[in-house]
Write a protein that binds this ligand. Structure first.
Ligand code: FES
Ligand code: FES
Length: 175
């Protein structure tokens, strides 16, 4: 059986603050949030920063619609609390384009018609940026395997893989 904490043993209630201050860098902008400690990173982005490009699909780590880059690595933002990422640098779909030039993955998704409803697309693109930075996927099968956490209910998978292949050839391992 798990040990209870000393606070529990003493019978004293554990104080939980209503709000905590979190400092994060979002798409290159230093940002301070005062949020409830149980706020997920996904809800912080969507509800507190109006960055609604990041989508909520399942809200429990099974669809990949909420994928963002944290310090360059792809994560499901529904599975982490914002307070756990205090001090981190976060890139969302809104931060990928370079001024008026689309990110190579965004352009490739257009070129290959790699979406239908588009709901999964921000997560697919952020995940693909992380995948390319990881440098592990060399073949179509490896792209499919390493993108398997991103579900597309419209079944646009062949076009998504083709788009990633195109961008991979242009990005040289950069996110
Ligand atoms: Fe996060 Fe589905 S909304 S994985
Ligand atoms: Fe509709 Fe992927 S384009 S879920």
């Amino acid at each position: 059986m798990a040990q209870s904490s000393s606070a529990h043993r003493s019978g004293a209630p554990i104080p939980i603050p209503d709000k905590l201050s979190v400092q994060i860098r979002i798409n290159g902008v230093e940002t301070t949030l005062n949020i409830a400690p149980w706020t997920t990173l996904l809800d912080a982005l969507r509800d507190h920063l109006d960055l609604t490009g990041t989508k909520k699909g399942c809200d429990h780590g099974q669809c990949g619609a909420c994928t963002v880059l944290v310090d360059g690595r792809r994560i499901n933002s529904c599975l982490v609390l914002a307070v756990m990422k205090d001090g981190a640098s976060i890139t969302t779909i809104e931060g990928l384009a370079m001024k008026d030039r689309l990110h190579p993955l965004q352009q490739a998704f257009i070129d290959h018609d790699a979406f239908q409803c588009g709901y999964c697309t921000p997560g697919q693109i952020c995940s693909a940026a992380g995948l390319i930075a990881e440098g592990k996927a060399k073949s179509v099968d490896e792209i499919r395997e390493l993108m398997s956490g991103n579900i597309c209910r419209c079944g646009a998978y062949p076009n998504i893989v083709a788009a990633i292949q195109q961008a991979m050839g242009q990005m040289d391992g950069k996110p």
